[in-house]
Design a protein around this ligand. Structure first.
Ligand code: NAP
Length: 259
């Protein structure tokens, strides 16, 4: 409440607001929530750390808490899960079901090909909550580059919405690397785009606020959840671009010219 004077002061100036203030105001306006992130990979850990930084309570969900805490295999950043957890001690580690039950908003950062199986079993815990789906339908069974196991006339986002009819599924973040997802300012000062898809307008509004608090300034609402076909089918291009630009740190910027 004590920050309202700041919001009042900066919004009195009718010049376009400095992006720093836009992000700060979004952080102050976004109510602090209990957010459950399903998946302990690079994506899940990146969002859990960032959400804590933004003042939220983060819970990370895994199949087996003891096994995950004891996993001695380092990830791409060189840390084992427990080393990462030592650096992020306020993140609670729970089973998928316990995390989904406690979270007010759920993030799906599971491997694409296990997503439907895992989420089907969590229908009771997820109910009508917002579910931000970051997963991609990648099939690595025939090696690299992976193919898409669902595409053209369907998408993983739609399949999730089908099995969780009451949930408000919003596809987001899946078109960029996890570092960029949680900190868009790492690229071109944040001058690039994130695309979201989903059926529920209020849920999109809440996700928009959350994205702005992460620092996202350019958010494209592509339409209903069927539009997730487009962002999921971008993955084959994303993977080839990674090979060409020799770095996963890139993203899309949409440039338009009024006719
Ligand atoms: N990596 C990126 O930068 C990036 C960018 C955009 C989108 N994505 C998408 O985001 C999702 C997460 O990516 P990631 O790299 O963080 O994933 P990941 O490390 O490969 O896997 C994430 C989680 O999937 C769960 N999982 C794996 N096999 C399972 C099984 N048989 N049954 C149940 N759960 C299982 C694991 O749970 P446990 O905790 O139990 O091991 C793990 O925490 C993927 O769908 C990916 O395509 C990734």
């Amino acid at each position: 409440m004590r920050y309202w004077w700041l919001i009042y002061e900066v919004t009195q100036n009718h010049e376009p607001l400095n992006p720093f203030y836009v992000s700060l105001i979004s952080q102050l306006k976004t109510p602090k929530m209990k957010i459950a992130i399903l998946g302990t990979g690079m994506v899940g850990k990146a969002h859990a750390s960032r959400l804590v930084e933004l003042g939220h309570e983060a819970i990370i969900g895994t199949r087996n808490v003891t096994r995950t805490m004891a996993n001695d295999k380092p990830d791409h950043s060189g840390l084992t899960f427990s080393e990462w957890h030592n650096e992020n001690p306020s993140v609670k580690v729970m089973t998928f079901a316990a995390a989904a039950k406690q979270g007010e908003i759920i993030y799906n950062s599971l491997l694409g090909d296990v997503t439907i199986d895992v989420l089907t079993k969590l229908e009771g815990q997820i109910g009508d909550k917002i579910l931000i789906d970051i997963s991609n339908p990648l099939n690595f069974s025939k090696g690299m580059p992976p193919t898409l196991f669902v595409c053209n006339t369907d998408s993983l986002g739609e399949q999730i919405q089908d099995i969780l009819p009451n949930a408000k599924v919003i596809k987001a973040f899946n078109t960029m690397n996890s570092h960029v997802q949680v900190n868009p300012k790492l690229l071109a000062g944040g001058d690039h785009h994130i695309i979201i898809s989903g059926n529920d307008a209020d849920a999109k509004q809440r996700v928009n606020e959350l994205l702005r608090s992460y620092g996202w300034e350019h958010i494209i609402d592509l339409g209903d959840i069927t539009t997730a076909r487009g962002t999921e089918m971008y993955l084959p291009l994303w993977l080839r671009l990674w090979g060409s630009v020799k770095s996963p740190m890139f993203n899309i910027k949409i440039v338009t010219n009024p006719l």
